[in-house]
Design a binder for this molecule. Sequence first.
Ligand code: 0X9
Ligand code: ZN
Length: 306
Amino acid sequence: TSFYERYHNLEEIYHWVNKTATDHANMVKVLLIGSSFEKRPLYVLKLSGRASNTPKKAMWIDCGIHAREWISPAFCLWFVDNCINYYGLNREITEMMDAMDIYVLPVMNPDGYRYTWTTKRMWRKNRSIHPNGVCVGVDLNRNFDANWCTSGASSNPCDDTYCGQYPESEPEAQAVANFLRSHKATVKLYVSIHSYSQMLLFPYSCAHELTANHDELNEMAQDAANDIQRYYRSHYKFGPGSKTIYLAPGGSDDWAYNLGINYSFTFELQDRGRYGFLLPPNLIANACKEALLALKSISLKVIKRI
Ligand code: 0X9
Ligand code: ZN
């Protein structure tokens, strides 16, 4: 099996980031966008196809917000590898990379991810400690400023959905928010990769209301889900988070949408519960291929509309 069909610990992923950038210096750059609570670097890979004079539009994709969702970083690695190897060969990849720069954050929560490898496989949050608190960690996908800490998040630091002390209290969420704020003129598509349950979600999750472009987002998600069904016989649900999965405020997708990134999605990859977060390595390829198909479908539609 290839490198991309295995799970990798944090050290291996950092090494991969470095090697990918050196081996493909013409297409890949590494940006340091901040650091985690335990001071680990947050690296973003910037992928670019053909150079252009006019400022290029961009898309953002992040993986590993939640520590135990190992298929998520695995997808980011898979995706980058695919972009690099199929640029100029695959029509969709080429079109996507010529139209947009692609920012990829392979692990938003490095401290938590490392902790799932060393100590507790089912850890979800980051690893921040609060003065005189007993419990560790904030749910980074409840820490963004979108109806922060209302119903669907917890204000108890011991809970898995703890929202933190205030919006963007966590360095990992703040780094992502700062980067997107400073690139909001160019970033047109936001995608966040999670697992599990096989869903293509879009805003809002933080409220029951529908977005202004609901029909457009719904159609894009539906088409992507249909593609997956047709090519891989896997079933994906789609819809606004609040109706499709549950009400959950403070998420990155809703925050990015409210920032003005009109195309904002959260993918929940395989499976539907048989293995859950413990998706075996022999299913990585399937999970990544179908998510890649959905991502291509959505990004090509975004390109036509921006
Ligand atoms: O609850 C979450 O953060 C995500 N599900 S997970 O099982 N991976 O934890 C869903 C996120 C959907 N979007 C928002 N809640 N904003
Ligand atoms: Zn998640």
